[in-house]
Design a protein around this ligand. Sequence first.
Ligand code: N1C
Length: 261
Amino acid sequence: GRRDPPAVLLQWKGRGSTDNLKEIMLGRCFTYTEMVNPELRKDCLKIWETFKNAFISKNPCNITEQDYQPLMELAAHPILCNKTLLWSKTNELAHKYTKVQGNFLTLEDTLLGYMADGLTWCGNPSSSEMNYQSCPHWRECANNPSSVYWKMASRAFAEAACGVVHVMLNGSISQPFGNSSIFGSVEVHHLNPKKVHLMKIWVMHNIGGQPSDSCSGSSIKELKSIIEGRNIAFSCEDDHRAVQLIQCVGNPEEPACRVCR
Ligand code: N1C
């Protein structure tokens, strides 16, 4: 199939564009606008064309924010206050939690996040086709189509947040707050202090594992000083119980998961 080209043609180190990208993204856009958020009036075909125009026939290492600006404007929609959940290095747990606790929204619950979640895409300057063979890995070049997309969608999501913002971080890695992650480099700096008055951090640890860092560690203290420096109040809780109960589904016998702890 087109997924296994001769190795000599592999231009980039990352995986190529997702097969049937157009059908998947169009399908997701219709699902989102018809079923997930039916009040939203959006032209999915126009959104797809605008998305494609951002990167098709372009060098996939030279994508700019301007390339995606028309898409960002077309796909924008309001987000309710107090519902935003940001995350870093907790992708799976954060989304398991929001599926059960329907009161929170991650970027993947907005049109831009919903359409692109888990997909890969890029083009190349010498054709108007998608490159299905390979795409730049973010270590090869930062300004590749997916990285620029997530950075812009994340910034727009942070700018739209209001009220209380929750954040799920991973306390089983050495730096739960990484200032080069999208959360640390983009979202933290684009929350609007006029609209967001409190950031509530949840530091989660793998059940039964050795905690590596916690609310009292230096990594979270650095985040606290950045947030308070931006005039947003800050709180932090280790192993928020409602989230821990999700982890317990897979680990019911662990001490932290017993009813009488
Ligand atoms: O770099 P990160 O995490 O700190 O980014 C997470 C942060 C979240 O709060 C989201 O709002 O940024 C947003 N975000 C996504 O929603 C998202 N979905 C999928 C950022 N990145 C996202 N991805 C992919 O995961 C994307 O390819 C990006 O590079 C990774 C970042 O994950 P991370 O390092 O755990």
